[in-house]
Design a protein around this ligand. Structure first.
Ligand SMILES: Cc1cc2nc3c(=O)[nH]c(=O)nc-3n(C[C@H](O)[C@H](O)[C@H](O)COP(=O)(O)OP(=O)(O)OC[C@H]3O[C@@H](n4cnc5c(N)ncnc54)[C@H](O)[C@@H]3O)c2cc1C
Length: 359
């Protein structure tokens, strides 16, 4: 009998638990370690951010689902992984021994790397449903006295699609509220060009997104490094191709949503051989860690090299479909299918909660 532990009950972790349970022997124990009882579908957060969905619509209470699947469920969260001892230290002081471990802990949101960034300070976030709810409240207040909006993704971010999506959502919602003409919008991004997306473009994303932004009267600043954010002002350094400051912008705003850079979560950051300097899990083509071959990584928690050099650091995104594939037993075959789908521009997860997550 083997104990297979999966840390992180997000998009990757839940699917991995289902797949592993289906493949494991009846005598094996599959344990999912979550932070709390609730799964939330991250790709729907942008909708929660303007009140198009409430959080109940995108959440699932995991314990009954996991009981039905025969998966053990631990809701206290992992404090630290001890890969040399095959142990998980849990937040309630107990520990769990494993034979195999899958790390699916997603990102730690690095708001603290930029002064004034994040929901504790002056910009909103849609990375977590709690943030998205706050963003919706802030947006309603903003609509009482509108002004300039800044949306985008800061230096080192590895998630750009949701920033574009949120800009379009805000544009649509402001039109519906008949306020759009009172709101100058600027898209601020670390990408070297609009539509780069951390992937040096996908098909014609450059042309398509530029055209869409022009159509919607959204201005943009690329190669942007956010120096700091104040109550109603963002200081943005625009770099040239050589990485020197070309222009410093002082952008006033009344509402801003900026995606932060990601890093590995505290439970794994700094573990020599397991993670890279940024705290992301090092894996081979089988999602297996080379130093600890009984440890696997999936989803946003995994280290992926950037596609190429850019004046401002730009990370590579991890989409829902890629994450599903990470958690799948035939991952190599499915990865090829995903590459084809991404090339065709159809590789995104659906916005509604997938059927298999529902009760
Ligand atoms: C706003 C937004 C919108 C997106 N939209 C799309 C989209 O439309 N299409 C698409 O393809 N991709 C999208 N993505 C990218 C990607 O699909 C999601 O980020 C996805 O949720 C990542 O899955 P994951 O399992 O790696 O991480 P997550 O879903 O973040 O799950 C990680 C889980 O691990 C838990 N955890 C962390 N630390 C611990 C610990 N110590 N112990 C226990 N649990 C822990 C977290 O609480 C979380 O529940 C979006 C991303 C964002 C941020």
């Amino acid at each position: 009998m083997a104990t297979i532990a999966i840390v992180g009950a997000g998009l990757g972790g839940v699917l991995a638990a289902y797949e592993i349970k289906a493949e494991a022997r009846a005598s094996d124990r599959v344990v999912l370690i979550s932070k709390g009882d609730t799964y939330h579908f991250v790709p729907s957060n942008p909708w929660v951010g303007v009140g198009w969905r409430d959080r109940e619509a995108i959440e699932v209470n995991l314990p009954p689902v996991m009981t039905r699947k025969g998966i053990d469920f631990v809701s206290v969260g992992a404090k630290r992984v001890h890969p040399a001892e095959n142990q998980l230290e849990l937040n309630d002081g107990s520990s769990l021994a494993y034979d195999y471990l899958v790390i699916a802990t997603g990102p730690d949101l690095a708001f603290d790397e930029i002064e004034g960034l994040g929901p504790e300070h002056f910009t909103q976030s849609i990375c977590h449903v709690d943030h998205a709810e706050r963003a919706a409240t802030a947006f309603d207040a903003f609509c009482e006295a509108p002004g300039p909006i800044i949306v985008g993704a800061v230096q080192g971010a590895s998630c750009y699609g949701p920033a574009y999506e949120f800009a379009m959502i805000l544009d649509t919602e402001l039109r519906r509220r008949k306020l759009r003409d009172q709101v100058p919008m600027t898209f601020v991004t670390a990408e070297p060009y609009v539509g780069h997306l951390g992937l040096d473009g996908v098909g014609d994303t450059k042309g398509l997104l530029e055209s869409e932004m022009r159509e919607r009267h959204v201005k943009w600043i690329t190669n942007a490094r956010v120096a700091k954010v104040e109550q109603d002002k963002m200081i943005v350094e625009e770099l040239n191709e050589e990485g020197a400051i070309k222009q410093t912008h002082e952008l006033p705003f009344k509402y801003s949503m900026m995606l932060p850079a990601f890093r590995g979560v505290p439970a794994i950051i700094g573990l020599e051989g397991l993670v890279n300097p940024r705290g992301f899990v090092l894996v081979d083509k089988h999602q297996r860690n080379p130093t600890y071959p009984n440890v696997f990584g999936i989803g946003v928690a995994v280290a992926i090299p950037p596609t190429g050099k850019t004046p401002v650091p730009v990370g590579v995104p991890k989409t829902g479909f890629m994450i599903e594939i990470d958690g799948h037993r035939d991952s190599e075959e499915h990865r090829r299918a995903a590459a084809q789908q991404v090339a065709r521009g159809t590789g995104n997860v659906e916005r509604r909660l997938p059927r298999r997550f529902r009760r």
